[in-house]
Design a protein around this ligand. Structure first.
Ligand code: SF4
Ligand code: SF4
Length: 301
C-alpha cells in the first residue's frame, strides 16, 4: 500500500502547493527560551495576541485536540513579472493578487477532504496566518525550508517567495527530516535592509521593518524612518530580492495571485489621486483592503 504521506504530498502538488513536509507533534518546547526572550524584550512590538496565545503556539494539541502530526505546505507567489517601477511606487509582490488567506484556506480544505476520504475519520484543521501557529518553526521541522537571517522560510531549491499553510491532524504520519540552516557566511539581507531591521541576524526588529510600518502599524511612520521607505507604499521585498536562493525562484501557477490590469497600470499620479471608492473597487478581493484607504494615504504621504 502506498505510504499515506506520499499520497498526501501528491494530492498537495495537484492542488497547487509547491512543497509539503511532515513533522510529529512533539511540542516546540526547545524554542521556548527563544520566544520568551522575544516577548520579554517587546520584539512583538506590542502585538498582544502573540503574548496571549503563547502556550497554544508551543503546543498545537491545545488548538486541535489529539494532534499527532503537523503538515507544512508552501505556496509559491513569485510573480511572472513585477509591476513596473518607473514613475511608480513600490508594492510588495505577495499582495499583487487576491487575498492569499482565502486562496490557501480553500486549497487546505480540499486537501483535508482528500485525507478524510482516503484514510477515514480524523481531526484535521488548516491554518493560514491564523490560530496561533508558529508557521515558520513548523515549516523548518517539516523540512520544507529553514528560517534564514532575514527570518523568512527559505527553500534550498526554490527560494523564499512562499506563503505557509499548516494542517494539524490526528493522523499518524512518518515525519520528514527537519531542514538545517544554509545561510552560511552570507549577510546580504542584513546589509541590504534599508532600516537596519535585521541588525541582529535571525531576529526581526519589527518596529523598524517597512512591512510592519506600512501594513500592520496604525501609527504615523516615525520621522527617522520615513526617508528610508524609498517609495514603498505596501510592504518590502528587499531582504528577499537580494537573497541568493531566490535565483532559483520560479513563477507561480496560481491564477488568483495574478495582478489585475488596473493595479499594473497605476502610476504615481494615479496613486495620489486615488479616491476611497477607487480603493474599494481595486482591492475588493485583495488583503490590501484590510489596510484601509486612510492608511494607504498615510503611506503615500
Ligand atoms: S522587509 Fe524590508 S525592512 Fe523588513 S527586514 Fe526585510 S528588508 Fe528590512
Ligand atoms: S540573503 Fe543570505 S543570509 Fe539572508 S536569508 Fe538569504 S542566504 Fe540567508
Amino acid at each position: 500500500m502506498t505510504d499515506p504521506k506520499q499520497l498526501i504530498k501528491s494530492e498537495a502538488m495537484r492542488l497547487g502547493f509547491s512543497h509539503c513536509g511532515v513533522a510529529c507533534n512533539d511540542s516546540l518546547e526547545e524554542l521556548r527560551p527563544f520566544y520568551s526572550g522575544f516577548l520579554s524584550r517587546n520584539g512583538h512590538a506590542g502585538m498582544e495576541y502573540l503574548e496571549t496565545s503563547f502556550e497554544k503556539r508551543m503546543h498545537p494539541e491545545l488548538l486541535v485536540e489529539g494532534t499527532r502530526s503537523v503538515i507544512a505546505l508552501l505556496v509559491n507567489y513569485y510573480p511572472h513579472e513585477t509591476i513596473p517601477e518607473d514613475d511608480n511606487f513600490i508594492f510588495s509582490k505577495y499582495a499583487y493578487g487576491n487575498d492569499y488567506h482565502k486562496v490557501i484556506k480553500q486549497r487546505l480544505k480540499e486537501l483535508i477532504n482528500f485525507m478524510k476520504q482516503s484514510f477515514g475519520p480524523m481531526e484535521a484543521r488548516g491554518f493560514v496566518d491564523s490560530g496561533n501557529i508558529l508557521e515558520k518553526a513548523w515549516a523548518q521541522k517539516c523540512g520544507v525550508g529553514w528560517q534564514g537571517k532575514n527570518t523568512l522560510i527559505i527553500n534550498r531549491s526554490a527560494g523564499s517567495f512562499f506563503f505557509i499553510g499548516i494542517i494539524l491532524t490526528s493522523l499518524d504520519l512518518d515525519p520528514d527530516e527537519p531542514e538545517t540552516d544554509h545561510c552560511g557566511s552570507c549577510m546580504k539581507c542584513v546589509n541590504a535592509c534599508p532600516t537596519e531591521a535585521l541588525s541582529t541576524p535571525y531576529q526581526l526588529n519589527i518596529p523598524r521593518c517597512i512591512s510592519y510600518l506600512t501594513i500592520e502599524s496604525k501609527e504615523e511612520i516615525p520621522p527617522d524612518l520615513k526617508s528610508k521607505l524609498n517609495g514603498r507604499i505596501y510592504g518590502c521585498d528587499v531582504c528577499q530580492d537580494v537573497c541568493p536562493y531566490n535565483r532559483f525562484a520560479q513563477p507561480h501557477n496560481i491564477p488568483e495571485f495574478l495582478p489585475s490590469e488596473i493595479l499594473k497600470n497605476l502610476r504615481k499620479d494615479d496613486w495620489v489621486a486615488l479616491t476611497e471608492p477607487d480603493f474599494d473597487r481595486i482591492f475588493e478581493k485583495s488583503g490590501v483592503k484590510r489596510l484601509g484607504y486612510q492608511r494607504l494615504k498615510r503611506n503615500l504621504r
